[in-house]
Design a protein around this ligand. Structure first.
Ligand code: SAH
Length: 364
């Protein structure tokens, strides 16, 4: 969407914007406080601003579905699902009527927000629910930052970590993703080290991501996680059709370049699909493939999706795979299965609700 929204702007940018509107610069600082610290949803609600100015802007600017001014660019919550362990999944409606998923995952002393970077996804990984619907569009900066604010509001807790592991492929939306990371750090006070960007790999973009990150953020300290999912090319292509255009050797060479440019070690994700890629020989192949990376591997047991017949790995297979890597000196973690996942793995809540929601989603 082309219309400017204020969410995602830095303090100097908000000052400049206020001045362009004929206001003193300090109005920009007030806006900053209300946007980020107080989570204002419309200019109308920012009562420290002169009423005449607010009214004038409300008439001139974008409006949301309820007729309130939409200068800020907050989305509307249309559904919320809370699991017994507190995991909270939000379905949010964008101004143009798309729905996106975002999840708040509480754990001792932390709150991790799993954000989407696109509406849908074009990568079509076979085990992924999001990929089944294709890509609608990429998200704008304000729509990414809004997800973190929406989880903060819903859970009444400050998010400590953000992972780009919701819907979409972040490397197909690099500019907005980096602008959102800048905003989360500078404007919401998060640490870059608490942010993870997960990618399945897009040819020739990792070195570009590294360079743009240095340019736009000053340093690249967020974690880059690469979804490998297979120790060899043929099996990887079976699971990830787009891998056809991006051989494993090229992907790993790009990971080395990324490390050389940023000084940050890349971590790897590996989905475990029962009987398919979870056998000891796969662990062995994976260890050999990433030897020398001194990397961390995150194992993700498959969450079944409606459209496919893949199997969950057995608990014994997960443990054996983990041990197989550890014995070869690789640091491993296994993603804990969290609430909601049985019926709402990434992309599934949206698809399940798509049938019951009208095209312009009803308030929930
Ligand atoms: N496009 C990015 C980020 C989104 S998905 C990427 O591919 O990395 C975040 C992680 O969840 C990826 O590792 C992805 O492969 C994994 N994932 C997707 N569907 C899954 C499922 N049904 N069960 C378990 N993990 C899944």
């Amino acid at each position: 969407m082309s219309t400017t929204r204020l969410l995602g702007m830095s303090r100097p940018e908000l000052e400049r914007w206020a001045e362009e509107q004929g206001q003193p610069a300090f109005r920009g600082r007030q806006l900053h406080d209300w946007l980020y610290a107080r989570g204002a949803r419309s200019l109308e609600a920012i009562t420290v601003l002169p009423k005449a100015w607010r009214q004038q802007l409300a008439q001139a600017g974008p409006q949301d579905a309820e007729g309130a001014d939409d200068w800020i660019g907050r989305s509307r919550g249309v559904h919320r699902a809370v699991a017994a362990d507190g995991t909270t999944k939000l379905l949010l409606a964008t101004a143009d009527g798309h729905t996106i998923e975002t999840v708040g995952i509480p754990a001792e002393g932390r709150l991790t927000v799993c954000v989407s970077s696109q509406v849908g996804c074009p990568m079509a990984c076979r085990f992924c629910a999001t990929g089944k619907g294709g890509l609608q569009r990429s998200l704008a900066v304000h729509e990414i930052v809004d997800q973190v604010l929406s989880v903060r509001e819903a859970m009444e807790q400050r998010p400590s970590h953000v992972v780009f592991m919701g819907m979409g492929e972040p490397l197909l939306n690099i500019e907005a993703v980096l602008a959102a990371i800048r905003c989360l750090c500078s404007d919401l006070g998060m640490a870059q080290r608490q942010i993870t960007l997960s990618t399945v790999g897009v040819p020739r973009t990792l070195p570009r991501l590294a360079e743009l990150a240095l340019q736009k953020l000053g340093r690249a300290q967020f974690t880059l996680a690469v979804s490998l999912h297979a120790p060899e090319q043929r099996l990887r292509e079976d699971l990830i059709p787009t891998a056809h255009a991006y051989p494993l050797e090229a992907l790993l060479a790009d990971c080395r370049d990324y490390l050389a440019i940023t000084g940050r070690r890349v971590s790897f994700e590996y989905i475990l699909l029962g009987g398919l890629n979870d056998q000891p020989r796969h662990a062995d192949g994976l260890a050999r493939l990433i030897r020398g990376f001194q990397s961390h591997v995150n194992l993700i047991p498959y969450n079944p999706i409606a459209e496919e017949q893949f199997q969950r790995p057995t608990a014994a297979a997960v443990q054996a795979f983990r041990r197989g890597l550890q014995e070869r000196g690789i640091a491993v973690s296994v993603r804990a299965s969290r609430g909601l996942e049985a019926d709402a793995a990434c992309g599934q809540l949206r698809r399940r609700l798509a049938d019951s929601l009208a095209p312009a989603p009803a308030a929930g």
